[in-house]
Write a protein that binds this ligand. Structure first.
Ligand code: F6R
Length: 615
């Protein structure tokens, strides 16, 4: 949450910073602002609302040229999203500008202390105290980096800070604790950003910062220390995507582009995962086969859409490995006194790698001596760094706030993990695993077919215009798909939408079915388990009560449902466990289309932000 940019170099700092903010806007869009270090001191501009408002402000009141600057796009925590609370926050001498992501928990006490000393604070934010505290240290004669060290040692909570000082031109200082910050290494210029999208246009060479580190950038140098000023280790990495991946590329919405990229995201996540003799290999994982053989329980932990990926993982991993899998919301996990020990494998799933609830669950699990393996889409992020092992998904950057390709790639990574565990534990023969992997490798083509048939889904979105409530039903792996379909619709269309396990309906929720209520039903492929027959009975039950049914079904099994379906969405044939990879896609398209028809901003839904870095 909140996007932060810092720049020192030869270019126009305003252009670099505002360009970076534009690519970070998915992290928050309550307000935007910039501060530049000019020959005449600090120049700032800030405005409530999306960045277009800041653009208009900068056009009406242009800022002088500068080559050092910082900027911020906000997801409000402390204080309403208005102009005064927008970052940067400048101290009352006008010398120090600060942007911040996170929550400074002891800000009230610091504010009281500053006010008692005669400082005048103008905003309701927790951030403003930092500019005053740093200005005090500078006035006491400390150089900017040292002033930041001193102040960071006094702060509690989560913070990424990026700071500039009117009297220290050509220097920007960043600090991080529990919130993301990465460094971009340029040639005669350097960058700071909440993520690499901030500077991907200029460099793909990045430095991952650790916990409690301060970084000082000038045009030619990058110095990283801990909060005491002692040198501190970092990790360099090269970003494997470029600017085009962070741009819309002709699509109306990032979300549509990301939906279309799903065959590639799945294929890339599967790439290079087995040797020529068919053995699965998950080299990057950092857990030995012996450690994995000792696993006797898995707890899969995540939030939101990633939590639904964890639900899918449970069905697949238990089926293939017979290891029990618990699925837990990250925000609930550590409060229930979970039973963990050295043979428990905690699997966390996070697209951004920065979700605070998930990070806190990881820290708790490791304190309890469990091993933590993270499935993550973002190299250089905090969650993989704090885990014992990592399995990266390769979906590329996800810019739309609502997750799509991130989810499919997570589900694929969960399948790979399950199959790998089955291999090392020896509970499946190699040729069985090979056959399953072959089926998995055929899914990108199946997903592409769903995308090619999207017109039918768009028609259904038009036909359902005006609906006030939409329900989703599924069984088995179709149940998390139903939950995900409902979540996508809630967050994009601001509409009442709920997903249910189809068998649960008769235990209460069926009471909400009335004439004309649209209900999407995910029908499992026909198998030995009678899942399909059961869900067809459920469709009849809701139809009899007036529901308008939209049935997602294997294209070879349409006849089984056509008598009870008002609309049919045909799915390519895939094995039951892989059905989420094809069945989720029409629901994503539906939510996107439905919300766009209502005139909503599909990429930046209200009240939300990507990368939720507060608990
Ligand atoms: C919904 C969505 C969120 C995220 C959740 C976890 O479309 O994107 O529910 O899935 O905030 O985020 P990550 O996966 O980054 O930990």
């Amino acid at each position: 949450m909140c996007g932060i940019v810092g720049y020192v170099g030869q270019r126009s700092a305003l252009d670099v910073v505002v360009g970076g903010l534009r690519r970070l806007e998915y992290r928050g869009y309550d307000s935007g602002g910039v501060a530049l270090v000019t020959a005449d001191g600090l120049a700032t501009a800030k405005k409530a609302g999306k960045l277009v408002n800041l653009d208009a402000e900068l056009e009406a009141r242009p800022l002088p040229h500068a080559t050092t600057g910082i900027g911020h796009t906000r997801w409000a925590t402390h204080g309403a999203p208005n102009d005064v609370n927008a970052h940067p926050h400048v101290d009352d001498t006008g010398r120090v500008a600060v942007v911040h992501n996170g929550i400074i928990e002891n800000f009230a006490e610091l504010r009281a202390e500053l006010e008692a000393d005669g400082h005048e604070l103008v905003s309701e934010t927790d951030t403003e105290v930092v500019s005053h505290l740093v200005a005090d240290r500078l006035a006491a004669g400390e150089p900017l980096p040292q002033a930041v060290h001193t102040v960071c040692r006094r702060l509690e909570g989560a913070f990424t800070l990026v700071i500039c000082d009117a009297q220290t031109p050509g220097v920007v200082v960043g600090a991080r604790r529990n919130s993301p910050l990465v460094v971009g290494r340029g040639d005669g210029e350097n960058f700071l950003g909440s993520d690499v999208a901030a500077f991907i246009e200029f460099t793909r060479d990045a430095i991952e910062l650790g916990q409690d580190q301060v970084v000082v950038i000038t045009a030619d140098d990058i110095v990283v220390t801990d909060f005491d000023g002692a040198p501190s280790p970092t990790r360099d990495y090269h970003v494997d995507w470029d600017l085009s991946a962070a741009e819309k590329g002709g699509y109306d919405w990032f979300m549509l582009k990301e939906i279309a990229e799903q065959p590639q995201a799945v294929a890339d996540t599967l790439l290079g995962r087995h040797s020529s003799d068919g053995l699965l290999q998950l080299d990057e994982m950092r857990l030995s086969d012996d450690e994995l053989r000792n696993v006797d329980k898995i707890i899969a932990i995540a939030c939101g859409t990633s939590y639904y990926a964890a639900m899918v993982a449970k069905y697949a991993i238990e089926h293939w490995t017979r290891i029990p899998v618990e699925v837990e919301l990250a925000s609930e996990f550590r409060y229930r006194d979970p039973i963990l020990d050295r043979s428990t494998l905690v699997v966390t799933i996070s697209q951004s790698g920065e979700t605070m609830d998930t990070l806190m669950a990881i820290r708790y699990a490791r304190q309890q001596r469990a091993r933590v393996l993270s499935i993550c889409n973002t190299n250089g992020s905090t969650i993989p760094r704090e885990s014992d092992a990592v399995l990266y998904t390769h979906a590329g950057p996800e810019v739309a706030v609502a997750s799509t390709k991130g989810f499919l790639a997570q589900v694929v990574a969960c399948y790979l993990l399950g199959l790998y565990l089955a291999q090392v534990k020896g509970v499946k023969y190699g040729d069985e695993i090979r056959r399953i992997v072959d089926d998995l490798e055929a899914t990108p083509a199946a997903i592409q077919r769903v995308l090619d048939d999207a017109e039918e889904v768009r028609k259904i979105a038009s036909a359902l215009a005006g609906s006030r409530s939409i329900l989703f039903l599924g069984r088995h792996v179709g149940y998390p798909v139903a939950l995900e379909g409902a979540l996508k619709l809630k967050e994009l269309a601001y509409l009442h939408a709920e997903g249910f396990a189809a068998g649960e309906l008769k235990h209460g929720p069926i009471a909400v079915i009335e004439e004309g209520v649209p209900v999407f039903v995910v029908v499992p492929p026909k198998g030995r388990d009678q899942l399909q027959e059961k869900i067809i009975s459920n469709i009849q039950e809701i139809r009899a009560r007036g529901a308008r049914t939209i049935v997602l079904v294997d294209e070879n099994e349409v006849d089984a449902v056509s008598a009870f379906a008002d609309h049919i969405i045909r799915l390519p044939r895939v094995p039951t466990l892989f059905q989420p990879l094809v069945a989720t896609v029409p629901l994503q398209i539906f939510a996107c289309e439905f919300a766009a028809q209502l005139g909503h901003d599909v990429d930046q839904p209200r009240n939300l932000a990507k990368s939720v870095t507060v608990e």
